[in-house]
Design a protein around this ligand. Structure first.
Ligand SMILES: NC(=O)c1ccc[n+]([C@@H]2O[C@H](COP(=O)([O-])OP(=O)(O)OC[C@H]3O[C@@H](n4cnc5c(N)ncnc54)[C@H](OP(=O)(O)O)[C@@H]3O)[C@@H](O)[C@H]2O)c1
Length: 270
């Protein structure tokens, strides 16, 4: 039997990209999905695709949610536990990125990145924890990033946010392991999704197009397969990607100056 057969798997950011691909991968395993993001119509589209992957499978729940809407999160958890009984896996995957130099970036953009990429993830995890502690089981994942290990120009706020969630979930891992709960940090490199299109510019507007690094990134379905494999094997950290950025993870530990030089080249002014 597949590891996630009949398990309740709650994925945020399930309306697009990595979250959508993860939904399809878990559906094929026979999981019962809870699909969250802000766009209900996109979630409905993903639910239909997931049902197609496993027509015999469970009835997936579409639960629209803005992770920055903290008062609504407790209610969302109550809905999931009432409808599904348990929460076996929570994948904190919702996120937005940034494309602007620090000198051009308004403080509100930094605040918003922190609200979505850090506080939203903490707030939902905090609400789900009591249920998992009662169950004495559960898996909590966070989609962090290589940007959570390496600072990259044009992404000062995004890198700060991803470094922050790395720290939060590493600390949480040690706290909850005694309750039968495991924590998994997903560390993607460039993955071909809509992340750049929706990335914030310095004035808070969206970039509106995909940049070359993302366009030539890893296929999201391949990414989802690596993540699912890592989760099913209980890996605390799941690196996933295929470009130079994945080598940079270990190069930075041994030769940090080399990586600093390479990243500086990315920000060369005209
Ligand atoms: N693609 C990459 O190269 C890459 C690399 C490293 C890490 N990541 C991380 O992977 C995660 C998924 O991103 P992606 O690449 O799949 O990009 P994506 O295609 O743009 O997906 C982002 C998802 O987050 C949701 N979202 C955004 N703001 C939200 C909010 N306030 N509340 C709830 N949901 C929200 C979006 O749905 P709605 O718009 O419907 O709300 C969408 O489903 C992010 O955390 C990102 O930082 C991506």
């Amino acid at each position: 039997m597949a590891v996630y057969q009949d398990k309740t798997v709650w994925i945020t950011g399930a309306s697009s990209g990595i979250g959508e691909a993860l939904a399809r991968a878990f559906a094929a395993e026979g999981a019962r999905l809870v699909l969250s993001a802000r766009r209900k119509d996109e979630l409905e589209r993903v639910r239909e695709a997931c049902t197609g992957h496993n027509p015999e499978g469970a009835d997936h729940l579409v639960l629209p949610l803005d992770v920055t809407d903290h008062p609504r999160l407790a209610e969302a958890v109550a809905t999931v536990t009432e409808r599904c009984g348990t929460i076996d896996v929570l994948i904190n995957n919702a996120g937005i990125s940034q494309r602007s130099l620090c000198v051009d970036t308004e403080m509100d953009v930094y605040r918003h990145l922190m609200e979505v990429d850090v506080l939203g993830q903490i707030a939902l995890t905090r609400e789900v924890l009591p249920t998992m502690i009662r169950q004495s089981s559960g898996q909590i994942a966070i989609t962090a990033s290589v940007a959570g290990k390496i600072g990259v120009p044009y992404r000062t706020g995004y890198c700060a946010a991803k470094h922050a969630v790395m720290g939060f979930f590493d600390a949480l891992r040690g706290e909850v392991v005694h309750d039968g709960i495991t924590v998994h940090t997903i560390v993607p490199g460039y993955i071909r999704t809509a992340i750049a299109e929706h990335a914030l510019k310095g004035d808070g507007s969206e970039l509106g197009y995909t940049d070359s690094a993302i366009a030539s990134g890893m296929d999201p379905d391949r990414c989802a397969a690596v993540i699912l494999n890592g989760l099913s094997r209980g890996k605390p950290e799941i690196p996933v990607g295929e470009g130079f950025e994945m080598q940079a993870l270990w190069i930075k530990r041994l030769f940090p100056r080399l990586v600093f030089k390479k990243t500086a080249d990315m920000a060369k002014r005209k």
